[in-house]
Design a binder for this molecule. Sequence first.
Ligand SMILES: [Zn+2]
Length: 271
Amino acid sequence: MADVRVTPQRWLWTPRLHPIRLIEIHATRGPTSPDAQFQATVNWMQSPNNKGDAAGTWGGSCSYILGRDGSLGAVLDDDQQPTYGAGFGGPGSTFAIDEYGIAYEWCQSQAQEPFTPQQYERGAREIAAKCHKYGIPPGMIEIPVQSGTVPAGIVRHDRCQNGYVLGKSDPGSAFDEKLFIGLVKIELAKLEEEDMGIEFSSSVNFGNEGPGLPKEAVALADLLARYRRDIYAIRAEVASLKALGGSGPLVAKFPGATVQVPPMDVPVEEA
Ligand SMILES: [Zn+2]
């Protein structure tokens, strides 16, 4: 199947009013075969029956549909907020996940079979591009309480307050977070290298064409790749520390306690 552009019903989105800080991971869970899920979800976005209320002010919505073969259905642009992918967290919650999130529906049937390698690869590529564009850290986060400061990261529907309140189970236990985040980080590293004008190459060539590439060369390339990934991780840490910086003491909030951290007296080198 090829990528498709979906024209959703008008009530499935509203103009986005808040900055993009979240990537939402959902699973479709429809009562058809896994491969039929893609077209079924495309149809649902176009269906006049996909209404959350009689007046037709909202409905089940998403930004993108990710098919089993890695096909992508583009439903909304980034400046369009889904009217319902993941909403508020109940009484007292101050924000809806959708207000800050781009929602990805990963196709899966009700049998909740494993997601496919094509879904992980395409999903990682697409989501890394959004992380790169909007400065979203490439890590899974949990949002048990949807009030106050809106965190930035990748959140599963079953790990946010809206999902807890509604008993949501998507994407569920079949979603391999470690594999997915590893792939997102690799894709993000490629984009950052492109920014720096370095061409990314996954193959190694030390002047040895064809077979017979020395084992040492492969090991060296592997080592360099790991150093490169570490450098990106450290750079992200430095950036987050700088964001915390300023002149006053740092304040760290833990559940039930607020701790003041005195300013550092050790000079920190600029990265
Ligand atoms: Zn969901």
